[in-house]
Design a protein around this ligand. Sequence first.
Ligand SMILES: *[C@@H]1O[C@H](CO)[C@@H](O)[C@H](O)[C@H]1NC(C)=O
Ligand SMILES: *[C@@H]1O[C@H](CO)[C@@H](O)[C@H](O)[C@H]1NC(C)=O
Ligand SMILES: *[C@@H]1O[C@H](CO)[C@@H](O)[C@H](O)[C@H]1NC(C)=O
Ligand SMILES: *[C@@H]1O[C@H](CO)[C@@H](O)[C@H](O)[C@H]1NC(C)=O
Ligand SMILES: *[C@@H]1O[C@H](CO)[C@@H](O)[C@H](O)[C@H]1NC(C)=O
Ligand SMILES: *[C@@H]1O[C@H](CO)[C@@H](O)[C@H](O)[C@H]1NC(C)=O
Ligand SMILES: *[C@@H]1O[C@H](CO)[C@@H](O)[C@H](O)[C@H]1NC(C)=O
Ligand SMILES: *[C@@H]1O[C@H](CO)[C@@H](O)[C@H](O)[C@H]1NC(C)=O
Ligand SMILES: *[C@@H]1O[C@H](CO)[C@@H](O)[C@H](O)[C@H]1NC(C)=O
Ligand SMILES: *[C@@H]1O[C@H](CO)[C@@H](O)[C@H](O)[C@H]1NC(C)=O
Ligand SMILES: *[C@@H]1O[C@H](CO)[C@@H](O)[C@H](O)[C@H]1NC(C)=O
Ligand SMILES: CC(=O)N[C@H]1CO[C@H](CO)[C@@H](O)[C@@H]1O
Length: 789
Amino acid sequence: MLLVTLWSSLLALTAQGVAQDYGTSPPVYPSPPSTGIGWEVAFTQAQAFVSNLTLEEKAQLVTGTEGPCVGNIGGIPRVGFDGLCLQDGPLAIRQATYASVFPAGLTAAASWDRGLIYLRGLFLGAEFKGKGSHVALGPVVGPLGRSAYGGRGWESFSPDPYLTGVAAENTIWGMQRSGVQACLKHYIGNEQETHRNPALSPNGTTIEAVSSNIDDRTMHELYLWPFAHGVRAGTASIMCSYNRLNGSYGCQNSKTLNGLLKTELGFQGYVMSDWQATHAGVHAIKAGLDMDMPGSIGGLQNTSFFGGNVTRAIKNGTLDQDRLDDMARRIMTPYFYLNQNEYPPVDKTEPTLNSNYPPYDHPFTFGASNVDVRNGHGQLIRDIAAAGTVLLKNTNDALPLKAPKTLGVFGNDAGDLVNGQYFLTSAFQNPFGYEYGTLPIAGGSGTGRLSYLVSPLEALKARAALDGTLVQYILNNNLLTQPSGLGAIVPVPEVCLVFLKSWASEGSDRASLEADWDSSAVVSSVAAYCNNTVVITHSAGLNVMPWANNPNVTAILAAHLPGQESGNAIVDILYGTVNPSGKLPYTIALSESDYRFSDITNSTKLLETEDPNAWQSNFTEGLLIDYRHFDYYNKSVLYEFGFGLSYTTFDMFDLSTDMPNTTINPLPDSLPIAPGGNPSLWQIACTVNVTVMNTGDVAGAAVPQLYLSFPPIPSPMPTPLNVLRGFDKIWLEPSESQTASFLLTRRDLSYWNVETQEWVIPIGAFEVTVGFSSRDLWLKGQLTVTERD
Ligand SMILES: *[C@@H]1O[C@H](CO)[C@@H](O)[C@H](O)[C@H]1NC(C)=O
Ligand SMILES: *[C@@H]1O[C@H](CO)[C@@H](O)[C@H](O)[C@H]1NC(C)=O
Ligand SMILES: *[C@@H]1O[C@H](CO)[C@@H](O)[C@H](O)[C@H]1NC(C)=O
Ligand SMILES: *[C@@H]1O[C@H](CO)[C@@H](O)[C@H](O)[C@H]1NC(C)=O
Ligand SMILES: *[C@@H]1O[C@H](CO)[C@@H](O)[C@H](O)[C@H]1NC(C)=O
Ligand SMILES: *[C@@H]1O[C@H](CO)[C@@H](O)[C@H](O)[C@H]1NC(C)=O
Ligand SMILES: *[C@@H]1O[C@H](CO)[C@@H](O)[C@H](O)[C@H]1NC(C)=O
Ligand SMILES: *[C@@H]1O[C@H](CO)[C@@H](O)[C@H](O)[C@H]1NC(C)=O
Ligand SMILES: *[C@@H]1O[C@H](CO)[C@@H](O)[C@H](O)[C@H]1NC(C)=O
Ligand SMILES: *[C@@H]1O[C@H](CO)[C@@H](O)[C@H](O)[C@H]1NC(C)=O
Ligand SMILES: *[C@@H]1O[C@H](CO)[C@@H](O)[C@H](O)[C@H]1NC(C)=O
Ligand SMILES: CC(=O)N[C@H]1CO[C@H](CO)[C@@H](O)[C@@H]1O
């Protein structure tokens, strides 16, 4: 959602402007009506419900209004409908009291653990429901992570679409199992915060939001890929995004909404706009937008592109009644499917935590105040935080710690918060966030209100006391970077822990990929003094690590954004109570300049232009983002995608596949559309097995990963050398071995053929490699596909 209303003065928007120089979005009309596939009973209920509504009530049902929640659909007491309460966000019910703050999507992805990701969704969903919120605005798969600088990458999972797709579907299954509607966002191409919304040039011209210009193959194989998983998992809703695509706004682009989403992927739920991302009424509705959020234009009450305009458009004949009925049915079907006609009322306290104050135009029913929905979720939060911590370096078994006599703790990320426990407000509108206090989660609408936070220092003191360890600490980075800054530390600690952080927040992209607050100088200072320095990063995205090869830096842990149990989780890892098993869901390159292949479009000078289409982002790198880029150009990296150490060691052997040479129909069978697209794409084409063994002394989890290399593909675009197409997380006791099975679907083996507009399995030899990271590949096999006569 939009933070504050940065451009509330902008009302007149020339939304249909299309730059002739760029690819234009082809028109796809009419908007395909939902038939409730997979939700048949609920669809019938929705049909009956909608048939009973007046025109005005239907218009109300598709239009956001003032209310207690971040987004509100007013109740219709005449038919016993209490309305809908929509709340942020992807890692917590954002502004609520007595609610849990979970690890971020990025952390969940780094766990590579389907089970934990599912439980995260399940528990999150339960908290939303407990507070009376019908729709949780998450999970996030857009941004996917085209740019390492993206300010919201941490809300999402990974720049790899396969990993992100798996994480999204498990999150959605979990959330909706708890009875809350998921809203998968932001659809689509929302890969940067910079210029995400229109702005006025000094000359008074409206410069339209950045246009993500994405070719069709890249759209399908990268950015749309995880949305297909989400639709198949039955996400109730999808949020369209601020940016334009090929010159046409995300919330009125008939190609992406009517075409890709509602026809090709067979989406049966409803599309809601991001907050103030609606730029037209009838035009957007015809292009596939079903719900306008927050409903008003630029925050002005009683004006809407929907609302009264929908009623008028039906009456004057510019909009068909059928389309409005479809919108209303799309909204009500998941509501009935999840039995939300029996639902807890909205927590009475929440209104005071919102910017929307009563009285409201429509009635809302409130329940008790300050309902505690945490329900013991702290243990899962701690488990995921530890599982999403990646051990990158561990020289001479520096970790786990073995009852050190002395311990040093350094850096402004180690201690408790000093500026409050909620990171939404303008107090934190600084490119580096707040200076003192650990970073458990990042900022913006994807944040959460912490009901408590265990800081690393607090948890370390408690743990160190068990061994009688002397704990000394300096949390002031300014002091640490001065020549004799560590003078107070006596004696030199046996081990020095340095905590670094990198902030990010919705609304802006990251300015640097190094950790903030002079982090590299802090590491140098501590390492110059202490030859056993362990660096821990808390980061809203990836960090480059210029200090990684300093010989005195003996261990590195990327702890991502762990949520409220931060300190406990890092102590679990540091002391070996939990054996690290997280793997990088992105690549750490050698230097920041290595990421310049997909720059964010960023030109403040453009504000002086009068060209409304000045902000263009050409996705010229195509499929080659993150490891696909580094592999294709054969570039060395510091730590590759999928990498992460353990306190034990693993072996891998016995690759087998059930179809070494297979005769296959290269084209999927034409079956009726179902949510997720042509069902035959999801059929298992072949199975690959490997055996993994724990060859070390302690129990731990391995993450075998399967990468696929395609035979030559008839496409003018570069095809990645290797793509992730399978992973598993296997817990093994010492000497134990287990088989990992990777099920490859037809879609996994296909590329998107832009001429035939089909997924096609290329004829020829696929190379299958399995290993412990994208560059640590142990076993190789081949699948040869021959055409069926
Ligand atoms: C984007 O691509 C178009 C051609 O499709 C080209 O005219 C334009 O200059 C490119 N814009 C940028 C910013 O590279
Ligand atoms: C954008 O334009 C490219 C190039 O013409 C085309 O391949 C792609 O399908 C278009 N995408 C949309 C969403 O219009
Ligand atoms: C329409 O609403 C009225 C009033 O609540 C109710 O009695 C009636 O059963 C409803 N009809 C349908 C078809 O839902
Ligand atoms: C909006 O409309 C309602 C009734 O339709 C009215 O009570 C209220 O004063 C209006 N608000 C504004 C800001 O015009
Ligand atoms: C209808 O939409 C226009 C913008 O297209 C807006 O200015 C007007 O206020 C809207 N009318 C209502 C009743 O919301
Ligand atoms: C019908 O109403 C819609 C919504 O207010 C408006 O955009 C459109 O211009 C109107 N058309 C006519 C022919 O009056
Ligand atoms: C965008 O440009 C501004 C002004 O040059 C600069 O301060 C900022 O760091 C840039 N942001 C990114 C993400 O490159
Ligand atoms: C490593 O630590 C020792 C002190 O044990 C110090 O003398 C040396 O300069 C340090 N090296 C670096 C690269 O900081
Ligand atoms: C590391 O530092 C400790 C304490 O200062 C010292 O005793 C030890 O010799 C150093 N080790 C190396 C390899 O420099
Ligand atoms: C893979 O392992 C599963 C059970 O672990 C087994 O059922 C299947 O036959 C195996 N497939 C191959 C190709 O080895
Ligand atoms: C698969 O086919 C290839 C090429 O046709 C052949 O070289 C290979 O021996 C075959 N493998 C098996 C297991 O049949
Ligand atoms: C195209 C155009 O007229 N640009 C002008 C906009 O206004 C700035 C000053 O505010 C001028 O420098 C530009 O030349």
